[in-house]
Structures are given as structure tokens and as C-alpha cells.
Design a protein. Structure first.
Lengths: 284, 315
């Protein structure tokens, strides 16, 4: 077969593949956006189909309703606050640990890495019982702190693995040069490595934020009021008594609002996120 | 290339440390422990400590509605759990979900990775959109698919042939599980495909070219060259996703709330502890859930001979 024909066939295959990927990724998102524009009456009466039809459109009214809901507004603030604080603390600690793992020889390195790996795979639900009990005893149940602590513990492994993978790629000769010039290990870390490591740290921060933003198990188990309840938990409780007859379009509007920060992060930092997701998993 | 250089530099450095510059290596050791101590303590505080407490509490009858009636009963909670059909039914549901979702994710994720590996135009657009399902909150994905499958407001019944427009997916177990797994697969396939894409990038183009020159067909190249060379990446992806799928909770909570026998083992544990305040039996279930994750991990590691240290280049 002539070369160009195979090339053409390959190209067509790739184009179709790309189209399928785009449909896969965007169709459910388009669906939830479309649903958020169906009016609540039409949803209650039943309006099958992808798009709002037969005058069942609602304009922006679902968004207005959701954003006027006090509980939902509180949950947005909770989610942003808790996720940001947990991210900053977790990434700071993970940076220190990852530096030690990537650069220093010490006893117990394997132990730290194994612990991180085991925790990353930990069945989260098996912890909520004891944590529920402990948090109530020491009085941080239903507070921001009560969520920040578990979020930190569960994002540290991800951050440590990602960062130590990044740190191994840094040109360390520069650190040695600084040490030859008389800098201590700590000075070499702070003055030379931190600026070089910043992109990796940033990536780890985005992934950590995604995790905290996405968490549901801790969010429903360790909170009871809008005092600390994050968005996913608030969305799931945003229902009447009947789980099969929810205010679908209202929920869809809330879901779209909750997804906007993620989409913004993805749009701006796509390259970094891909690098971070795969950095720890496969040598690159 | 850079990684090779870095590793050589590291190896050279390691050798230097073994020489009698023990002052430096001792201070390095001390600094490292200082840097690691706090994160390690924090990780253990929220996992090891509660797990030990669960182990302790699981030996009592202990209900938060009657905390004063706490009584030591030995392993009775475990006997109760393990002899109850509910525990085994939920374990079976969890295992089915794990196997089916990981199998689909592996095949579709690999196809996506192949496309992304080849594509030269619009790379940014493809990668941006593939990250969106990864970033979307699981609860939102659950809602989106629940409403999509709904027979009153959804579109799935309209679009699928051979299915009546009023078919209720959530009326019985198998169709409910299909809806749950659709949400799970949709959200996590992109992650899988990115891991596989990274593995694909490591398959040497020269080797593929050589196979092509020798007259290997597309399938032969796939089976004899590509797959064996990205074994490590595939195994890591499977292990990570399988353990993640085993703790499935969010989608079930949102989509069926465990109705019609769609409860997972995580959901059962949650229900005992948080909804019914049965900390005794709930703790026993927590311990069993943890142990079963270990068993699953062990089986996968042994079955596929995964070497995590190799795959993640740790030593």
C-alpha cells in the first residue's frame, strides 16, 4: 500500500479518536449544564431529552435560586477556605519531606515512602467511625479544623510522591556548587532549590486542591451543619426526603457552580496537571 | 536524559557519603528526620491511630445512642459481621464493581492514550478536556449520570436503541449497577489514560520502526512490542485504580443510596457508624474493610508481579 494512503488512514483514525475523546469528556458536562437550564416545573412533570424543550427552559433562574440559598453559599465559602488552607499546609510540609527523600540519605526513607503509599490507598470510610468519635471528644467535630486535618493527611502522600519525583529532576550540581562555596544544607535548600522547585510545588498544590475539593466521605461524616459542610456534602443533602425525586435542575445549577473553579484551574494549568499526575507514577 | 544524569550524580554522591565524612552524613540524617517528622506524624495521626482505636472499639458492644452500656465482647462483632449475608453480598457487589470498572477503564483508557500519543494537532484542547472528568467532583458526576439515566428527565433511554423510554434503571440491581459504573468509569478513565500515555511515551520508537520494517502487523506490534514494554505503567495504573474502585462510596451514596442491593462495603460501614451510631460493629467493619483492601492489594501485586519500587523508580 502506498505510504500516503496508510498515512491518510491513520490520520482519519486519529481524528475519529479525538472526536470520541471530546464527546466522552464533554457530553456529561454539557448535559448537566443543559439540565441546569430546565425549569423546575418541567422537571417535576418530567421532561425527558437532552435539551430543555416545549417552553421548559428556565433561563438563569436556577442559578439565581441556588446562589440565594444560604446553605449553598456557606458551603462554597467552607469548601474554598478549607481546601485552600489544607492545600497550603499540606504542600509546605510535603515540600520539606520530599526534599529529604529526593536529596538526603537517611534511615527510614523507605518507611516514609511506604507509609505514604499505604495511606494513599487507605479505605477512607474505615476511618470515619473512630474520627467521628475522637473529633467529638476533643471538640473539633463540625469545624474547619476537623476537615483540614484529615485532608492534610490524605493529600500528603500524593504531594510527597509528586514532589519527590519532581525534585529528582532538578540539576542538583547547583546545590553542590553552593555547598562548595560554603553554604549549609539548609541554605542550599532555601536559596538554590526552592526557586527551581517552585513549578513542581505549584503542580502538587493543584492536585492537592482537587483532592480536597472532591472529598465527600469526610465532608458528610465529620460535619453536621453549614458551619463546616463543604460543597459535595451540601449538594448531596440538597434534597427532599425522596432520593428519587430531587430538584434536578436546581441541583444541576449547584453542580455547575461547584465545577467552575475546577474548570478554571484545568484551563490555565493543563500542562502542569498532566505532568504532576504522571510524574510520580512512571519515570519520565 | 536529565534523569540519567541526576541519577549518576546521586549515585556519585551516595558513594561520597560512605567515605569517612561521617559528620556530614550524620547532620544530613538529622536534617532529614526533622524535615520528615511532622508530615509523617500527621499522616499517622489520622490513619494509624484511629485504625488502632477501631481495632480496640471493635471488641465492644458500643452504641453512641447508649454510650454507658459499653461492654467487652471479644470477637463477637467480627463473628456477627462475617456470618451475616449482608457483609458478603456487599463485598461481592464491591468486587464486581472493581473488576468491571477497571477492565473498561483499562481498555478505553488505553485507546485514548494511543490517540493522544499520535495526535499532533489540538493537543492542548484534547488534554484540557480529558482533565475535566478527572477534576469534576464525584458527587456531581453521580448526579449527572443519575439524571441522565432517569426515565423522567434523562436522555439515555431516548438515545439507546432497544430500551423503552420509560425503562427505570434504578428499579433493580443490575441496571442500577450499570448506571453507577457508568459514572465511575466516566470520571476515572481519563486518569487511567494519562498514566498509560506516560507509559506509552517510553516505548522506543526505534523498536517499533524495526518491527514495522520486519513486517509486523499493527496487532503484532501492539502485543509483542508496545504492551510488554509498558507493563510497569499498566500494572501501576491497574493497582491504583483497583484499590480506588474498591472503596467506591460517593457514586453509590448519590445515585442509589444503597437501594436494591447496590450497597458497597464502604457504604455498609458508613451506614453502621454514622447513620446508626453502632461504633462497635462499625469498627469491626472498618477493620474488615481495611484488611480486605490489603488482601486485594496483595492479590494484584502477586498475580501481576507488580514491582512498585521498580515502576516508580524508588530504591
Amino acid at each position: 500500500m502506498p505510504r500516503t494512503l496508510t498515512g491518510l488512514k491513520n490520520n482519519i483514525g486519529t481524528v475519529i479518536g479525538c472526536a470520541l475523546i471530546l464527546i466522552w469528556c464533554l457530553l456529561p458536562v454539557a448535559w448537566i449544564i443543559s439540565l441546569s437550564f430546565k425549569s423546575q416545573e418541567s422537571v417535576t412533570n418530567g421532561s425527558p431529552g437532552f435539551f430543555p424543550s416545549g417552553g421548559g427552559g428556565a433561563g438563569w433562574s436556577n442559578y439565581a435560586d441556588v446562589l440565594q440559598d444560604d446553605q449553598f453559599r456557606r458551603s462554597i465559602i467552607n469548601s474554598i477556605g478549607i481546601s485552600l488552607i489544607a492545600t497550603i499546609l499540606s504542600v509546605t510540609l510535603a515540600t520539606l519531606a520530599a526534599y529529604a527523600i529526593a536529596r538526603l540519605e537517611f534511615k527510614g526513607k523507605k518507611f516514609v515512602l511506604t507509609t505514604a503509599l499505604v495511606i494513599a490507598m487507605f479505605p477512607v470510610v474505615s476511618l470515619v467511625g473512630p474520627l467521628f468519635d475522637m473529633w467529638r471528644t476533643i471538640g473539633i467535630y463540625d469545624t474547619w479544623l476537623g476537615l483540614i486535618i484529615p485532608y492534610m493527611s490524605f493529600t500528603l502522600p500524593l504531594a510527597i510522591w509528586t514532589l519527590s519525583a519532581f525534585f529528582r529532576e532538578i540539576p542538583w550540581e547547583m546545590e553542590q556548587a553552593a555547598q562548595v562555596d560554603g553554604a549549609t544544607s539548609w541554605q542550599a535548600f532555601r536559596k538554590v532549590i526552592v526557586p527551581l522547585a517552585a513549578p513542581g510545588v505549584f503542580t502538587a498544590a493543584i492536585l492537592t486542591f482537587f483532592f480536597a475539593w472532591n472529598d465527600f466521605v469526610f465532608g458528610i461524616s465529620l460535619t453536621s451543619t453549614e458551619n463546616a459542610r463543604p460543597i459535595p456534602a451540601a449538594l448531596s443533602f440538597f434534597v427532599g426526603a425522596d432520593p428519587f425525586n430531587r430538584p434536578a435542575s436546581l441541583l444541576a445549577a449547584g453542580a455547575v457552580v461547584a465545577t467552575i473553579p475546577i474548570v478554571v484551574l484545568v484551563l490555565f494549568f493543563q500542562r502542569k496537571i498532566v505532568a504532576g499526575l504522571t510524574a510520580g507514577a512512571v519515570k519520565g | 536524559m536529565t534523569s540519567v544524569i541526576a541519577n549518576e550524580a546521586k549515585a556519585g554522591n551516595g558513594k561520597k557519603d560512605k567515605e569517612p565524612t561521617s559528620d556530614r552524613s550524620r547532620s544530613e540524617n538529622r536534617l532529614a528526620l526533622k524535615l520528615v517528622a511532622l508530615p509523617l506524624a500527621l499522616m499517622l495521626l489520622v490513619t494509624a491511630f484511629p485504625m488502632l482505636r477501631a481495632l480496640y472499639l471493635s471488641l465492644f458492644t458500643y452504641s453512641l445512642t447508649a454510650p454507658d452500656d459499653r461492654k467487652f465482647i471479644g470477637i463477637d462483632n467480627y463473628v456477627t459481621a462475617l456470618t451475616d449475608g449482608l457483609f458478603w453480598r456487599d463485598t461481592l457487589v464491591t468486587v464486581i464493581i472493581m473488576i468491571v470498572t477497571v477492565a473498561f477503564e483499562l481498555v478505553i483508557g488505553f485507546a485514548f492514550a494511543m490517540v493522544m500519543h499520535k495526535v499532533i494537532f489540538a493537543r492542548g484542547v484534547i488534554r484540557t478536556s480529558i482533565l475535566i472528568p478527572y477534576g469534576v467532583i464525584t458527587v456531581v458526576s453521580g448526579f449527572a449520570w443519575q439524571f441522565a439515566f432517569s426515565n423522567t428527565n434523562g436522555f439515555v433511554n431516548d438515545w439507546l436503541p432497544f430500551i423503552g423510554t420509560d425503562f427505570n434503571w434504578f428499579a433493580e440491581r443490575n441496571s442500577s449497577l450499570i448506571a453507577i459504573m457508568a459514572s465511575e468509569i466516566w470520571k476515572t478513565t481519563p486518569f487511567m489514560s494519562l498514566l498509560l500515555l506516560a507509559g506509552l511515551a517510553q516505548v522506543s520508537e526505534d523498536m517499533l520502526e524495526a518491527a514495522k520494517v520486519d513486517g509486523a502487523t499493527w496487532w503484532q506490534r501492539l502485543y509483542k512490542v508496545i504492551l510488554p514494554n509498558m507493563r510497569a505503567a499498566i500494572m501501576v495504573a491497574v493497582l491504583f485504580r483497583a484499590l480506588d474502585a474498591y472503596r467506591i462510596f460517593d457514586n453509590i451514596f448519590v445515585m442509589t443510596a444503597g437501594a436494591n442491593g447496590t450497597e458497597s462495603i464502604s457504604f455498609l460501614t458508613y451506614r453502621q457508624v454514622i447513620e446508626q451510631f453502632q461504633l462497635g460493629i462499625g469498627s469491626a467493619l472498618s477493620v474488615l474493610l481495611f484488611l480486605s483492601v490489603l488482601v486485594v492489594a496483595f492479590i494484584i501485586v502477586k498475580l501481576f508481579k507488580v514491582n512498585l519500587a521498580d515502576a516508580r523508580q524508588e530504591g
